[in-house]
Design a protein around this ligand. Structure first.
Ligand code: UTP
Length: 290
């Protein structure tokens, strides 16, 4: 089976849920503690064993590319000032993976954004990371999916359980639970953002996918769907019928950093990893408790 080496990060969306912050700044550059959120995504990719990442960008997203590029003047300044630890932090994003970018000329939807990476991915399986979805996990979420792919050879999506009142915010999957592994789902149905009444289950698709290159043909054939956008979910539903599709109930905690509340919680979650910051948060909460 072909080893997975490449990943796509679609980042050409407008980020309307985060306005006005995202009027002039790409939402992927908003920091989680002291790193842009997209760096956490690329770090997950590198930790999962991904070697090449394609970021799909659009108008107003050049800061993302700059962040992963070398900055010799800043590196020299930090070296001369004896700030070696900071210098390493500045260099780190350039060393994680081999990075390329492709522009999506018009925001025609997530499915179309992935299709834009077709030439750079070629004829091999790859991972898609939606940069809004930050996952804190012992084994990187992408690695968990890659392990399922290595065992089954089929495309696989990350799943988590949500409450019925939340189904309209997610793609929802339903199917048969694997007899030998309760966390593995053989997906039969996939619906984009169904109402609580219409949802075939409460298993929500989270923004990590391992996809076989067949997906590109399905995306190319997919007509604009919900919101007049080319939806990845529609292409996946068609591919599931012909090739099969798996879901994996991943281990880890997921934060929606594209939503103001989720972003705040993600900052608290990552602040918890630095005792000095976590002490500050706890002191703040204590002194403001009613
Ligand atoms: P969303 O539907 O969350 O859109 O896209 P968005 O613009 O990022 O955010 P909101 O909802 O307006 O606040 C899901 C993912 O697909 C990418 C986005 O960048 C995001 O990572 N995307 C979406 C594209 O790259 N191109 C598109 O045309 C649409």
């Amino acid at each position: 089976m072909t080893r997975i080496r490449k990943a796509v990060i679609p980042a050409a969306g407008m980020g309307t849920r985060f306005l006005p912050a995202t009027k002039a700044i790409p939402k992927e550059m908003l920091p989680i503690v002291n790193k842009p959120s997209i760096q956490l995504i690329v770090e997950e990719a590198a930790a999962a064993g991904i070697e090449q990442v394609v970021i799909v960008t659009g108008r107003g997203k050049t800061e993302i590319v700059d962040h992963f590029d070398a900055h010799p003047a800043l590196e020299d300044l930090l070296r001369r000032g004896g700030k070696e630890a900071l210098r390493q932090e500045v260099i780190r994003p350039t060393q994680l993976v081999k990075l390329s970018t492709v522009r999506q000329q018009r925001p025609l939807g997530l499915g179309h954004a992935i299709l834009c990476a077709r030439e750079l991915i070629g004829d091999e399986p790859f991972v898609v990371f939606l940069p809004d979805d930050l996952v804190d996990a012992q084994v990187p979420c992408a690695r968990q999916l890659m392990d399922v792919y290595d065992a089954t050879g089929k495309s696989v999506l990350a799943l988590m359980n949500v409450s019925r009142s939340e189904t309209s915010q997610y793609g929802i999957a339903a199917g048969d639970v694997d007899p030998s592994d309760p966390r593995l789902l053989h997906i039969k149905t996939l619906v984009e953002k169904p109402s609580a009444e219409e949802a075939p289950s409460t298993l929500a698709v989270v923004g990590r996918y391992v996809l076989t290159p067949d997906i590109f043909d399905y995306l190319a054939k997919t007509n604009p769907g919900r919101g007049d956008e080319i939806q990845l979910t529609d292409a996946l539903a068609a591919m599931a019928k012909d090739h099969g599709l798996h879901g994996w109930l991943f281990d880890g905690e997921r934060f929606d950093a594209g939503d103001v509340g989720g972003y705040l919680l993600a900052n608290l979650n990552w602040a918890r990893k630095t005792p000095r910051l976590w002490d500050l948060v706890q002191q703040y909460v204590k002194s403001h408790q009613r």
